[in-house]
Design a protein around this ligand. Structure first.
Ligand SMILES: NC(=O)c1ccc[n+]([C@@H]2O[C@H](COP(=O)([O-])OP(=O)(O)OC[C@H]3O[C@@H](n4cnc5c(N)ncnc54)[C@H](OP(=O)(O)O)[C@@H]3O)[C@@H](O)[C@H]2O)c1
Length: 415
């Protein structure tokens, strides 16, 4: 059972720390999710029926998760006289867009004067498939209700303008619905606006916030259910990233190992000097699962040549410090249509990502363990904030119980 027990601070907008704590504590008795939002987002001005159908369109969009990148996930519902005529979602890259799927699902039903609810503004350009605005006009749709905008240059309201010019009534949601629709497409939105992938950082830590003991041991901090969940996140992301410290300490595979995984993510290792051993599990599997090694200009040619010959792709990150090299690598990965990254640590690389301002969401498992020691490792190192006032503040915080662990999900940036 997952129950939302707190949506926002009782004071209305920003939750106080006492409210955070009270809400967080409530997740221990059962399997509860506590969700706290730190932004004041009023429910929009949609009609009750609009809200029901738009919520369904957003729900349908989720079915494409892991299959559509670099495209967004999108859902659509066609409704006439209170009856749902057809539903659809963007199932996979290169497949029909949600609007065309939903219209096709209407079969022989008369779609003239119907309303279409779409989680993202309809496209008006010829891409891998023809423009959705054409399909909407051909079907005689009278009203289009859209949950969120498409920030890419070729969209940004153009499709809505075309529909309005053709006499179609267009309603654009605001408030909670718009926020929800934006949230499901954070990788697409960040990539469209910055050219860099959206980054989700995950770590498994003890109750005293340690991700490895003083000797570097970290197997296993979180329980089996938590680790299964991480495999699913890998399957949903375009790439999984670790630093060479973690690659050497844990010799991971970084593949998505669960039945029905939509695809395997690209495995990426930040390794300035090309030290990743040819005998590592990552290199040995690089012909089956893509592997990229991010080196600096200082990497010896012999090392990068050997990694390439073994099947790895090499990226050279430039910049005078670690955060700058993170940004350089993300620019290049984004240029190769990587829109989402699961950053799996370790602490030094995660700290460089934080210092670069490139962590968008954090998922932290807290296990019922106490590790101790000043020499044990924290989840994030790097330079960090000097004053608490300069610390990054989460936009929202969710707390869920996963078997014996607690999972904290914090959204740090919204795109
Ligand atoms: N509990 C958990 O969730 C978890 C998760 C992951 C890891 N761990 C543990 O964390 C430990 C390893 O962490 P770590 O901090 O030592 O290593 P790390 O963060 O995995 O890797 C750090 C190394 O990455 C390389 N690097 C390349 N480009 C970089 C850049 N732009 N910014 C920062 N680093 C860059 C650097 O080595 P070069 O200069 O040689 O390139 C750096 O020393 C292990 O004990 C592992 O078991 C725990």
């Amino acid at each position: 059972m997952v129950t939302e027990v707190a949506r926002r601070g009782t004071s209305g907008g920003v939750a106080t720390s006492a409210e955070v704590l009270t809400a967080a504590c409530q997740c221990f008795p059962g399997q509860l999710t506590v969700a706290l939002s730190y932004s004041d987002d009023p429910l929009g001005v949609l009609l009750q029926t609009d809200q029901v159908h738009l919520a369904r369109a957003i729900e349908l969009a989720e079915r494409g998760r892991g299959h559509t990148s670099p495209n967004p996930v999108v859902g659509a519902v066609v409704v006439k006289d209170g009856q749902v005529l057809g539903e659809g979602w963007h199932e996979r890259l290169g497949g029909l867009h949600a609007e065309r799927e939903a219209l096709a699902a209407c079969g022989n039903a008369d779609t003239r004067n119907a309303t279409i609810y779409v989680s993202l503004e309809p496209c008006c350009h010829e891409g891998r498939t023809p423009p959705c605005t054409d399909a909407i006009l051909e079907a005689g749709i009278a009203r289009v209700v859209v949950a969120s905008d498409d920030p890419t240059g070729k969209a940004s309201g153009r499709g809505l303008g075309i529909l309005r010019d053709e006499g179609v009534e267009v309603t654009v949601a605001d408030g909670e619905f718009a926020a929800r629709a934006r949230r499901i497409n954070q990788p697409f939105r960040k990539h469209a606006r910055t050219g860099r992938p959206w980054v989700m950082f995950k770590a498994a830590m003890s109750m005293d916030g340690k991700v490895a003991t003083r000797s570097g041991d970290s197997k296993w901090i979180s329980g089996e259910d938590s680790r299964t969940l991480v495999h699913r996140w890998r399957g949903h992301c375009d790439a999984v990233v670790v630093g060479i410290g973690t690659a050497l300490a844990d010799d991971p595979m970084l593949t998505a190992r669960y039945e029905g995984a939509p695809r395997q993510p690209r495995r990426v290792v930040f390794d300035a000097e090309g030290r990743l051993p040819l005998s590592s599990a990552l290199v040995k599997t690089s012909r089956d699962f893509p592997l990229t090694v991010v080196v600096s200009r200082a990497a010896p040619r012999t090392a990068t040549d050997a990694l390439e010959a073994a099947g790895a792709e090499i990226i050279v990150a430039t910049g005078g410090n670690e955060p700058a090299r993170v940004k350089s690598a993300l620019d290049q990965l984004g240029g190769a249509d990587i829109t989402s990254i699961l950053l799996e640590g370790g602490p030094r690389l995660a700290g460089a990502f934080l210092d670069a301002g490139e962590i968008d969401e954090m998922r932290l498992f807290m296990a019922p363990l106490v590790v101790g020691s000043a020499a044990a490792r924290d989840p994030l190192e790097g330079t960090g904030a000097e004053q608490i006032a300069q610390a990054m503040r989460a936009l929202s915080l969710e707390c869920t119980q996963v078997a014996g662990d607690v999972l904290l999900i914090a959204r740090l940036q919204e795109w």
